[in-house]
Write a protein that binds this ligand. Structure first.
Ligand code: SER
Length: 318
């Protein structure tokens, strides 16, 4: 029986991944953990919740011991724009947090999933059809921590036999919990503003292509990879995974099909624009498809239809 710990369970991915894991492995077998942000009622009422701070190894160890944890989904991290505003904190949370979690996983023989990101690439990476194995010289602190994290996870597997696995997530779009300050957040905000005000001012320029994915596919990627037959994995960490690639004007045209009055204009944030320009336009995820059968369900059209339906229902209730 799996006993799972989720760090960052209150965050954008964690809040939904925890519920999916609880459904699959049983409510009491999935321990949600968070640091400061208040967990939702859904999270609190569906299973155990503990406070931990990933930068303090003792707090992770105590929960792993108490609940006999054998698998960790380590999601606690700062996103790119917030990280750029506070590089020292980003290093502490993203790097020391991962190191501490890996150390506990080594000691207590836990498997560990942790996401890398499109942010692990940089300006000298081929930005079209970005290969699985290629140049990675990111120029953001977020990217630096992601590349170092990929390498550290590979190291813990080879050196200590820790069953580390991970993907490079693109921008994740969801309606449950807002993302916490990333460069791809416009693709979430746009749906909220389309429903509330029928217009959106985008902080990235027209023509800025980035990889994206709808939350159900992001959850499926994490669980499928952790369930994959280990013998099939030639890579273990940092698999490129994507579901779609688009620029702001494409998501706007798709929204217009449901909300014809919707308009978009642009007020570019130079920090986030500069970050986006160093990230892939579209990644090649064929290695994940070959090694563990990765295949997303949603494209821009099906995601937009579902997002607008689900988010409208949610905003009516709020
Ligand atoms: N969504 C993330 C960000 O924009 C990328 O991994 O920071």
């Amino acid at each position: 029986m799996k006993k799972i710990l989720v760090t960052g369970a209150v965050g954008q991915i964690g809040s939904e991944l925890t519920l999916a894991l609880r459904q699959k492995y049983g409510n009491d077998n999935v321990i949600a953990t968070g640091h400061k942000t208040k967990p939702s009622e859904k999270l609190l009422n569906s299973g155990p919740f503990e406070l931990i701070n990933c930068t303090d190894i003792n707090t992770i160890e105590a929960v792993v011991k108490k609940h006999n944890i054998d698998t960790v989904y380590h999601l606690a991290a700062l996103l790119s724009a917030v990280a750029e505003a506070n590089p020292q904190l980003a290093w502490d949370v993203n790097m020391n947090g991962l190191y501490n979690t890996l150390e506990v996983a080594r000691e207590y023989k836990c498997a560990l999933f942790t996401p890398s990101s499109i942010g692990a690439f940089g300006p000298s990476t081929p930005l079209d059809n970005t290969p699985q194995d290629t140049t990675q010289r990111p120029n953001t602190i977020y990217g630096v921590t992601k590349v170092a994290g990929e390498l550290l996870c590979d190291y813990y597997y080879k050196r200590f036999g820790v069953d580390t696995r991970g993907v490079r997530y693109p921008g994740i779009i969801s309606y449950e919990t807002l993302p916490g300050g990333g460069t791809t957040d416009y693709a979430v905000e746009i749906y909220y503003e389309a429903i509330k005000h029928k217009k959106y001012t985008c902080f990235l320029k027209e023509g800025t292509y980035l990889d994206m994915m709808y939350m159900p596919d992001a959850i499926k990627a994490a669980i499928d990879l952790m369930e994959a037959e280990p013998g099939k994995l030639k890579h273990r960490n940092a698999f490129n995974v994507t579901a779609m690639s688009f620029a702001p004007e494409h998501i706007a045209s798709e929204i217009k099909k449901t909300i014809p009055e919707f308009t978009i204009d642009y007020k570019v944030d130079p920090v986030r624009q500069a970050i986006a320009e160093t990230w892939p336009n579209n990644m090649d995820d064929s290695v994940a498809r070959q090694e563990w059968g990765w295949k997303p369900k949603y494209n821009l059209a099906s995601m937009t239809k579902d997002m607008l339906e689900k988010l409208s229902q949610k905003l009516k209730k709020d």
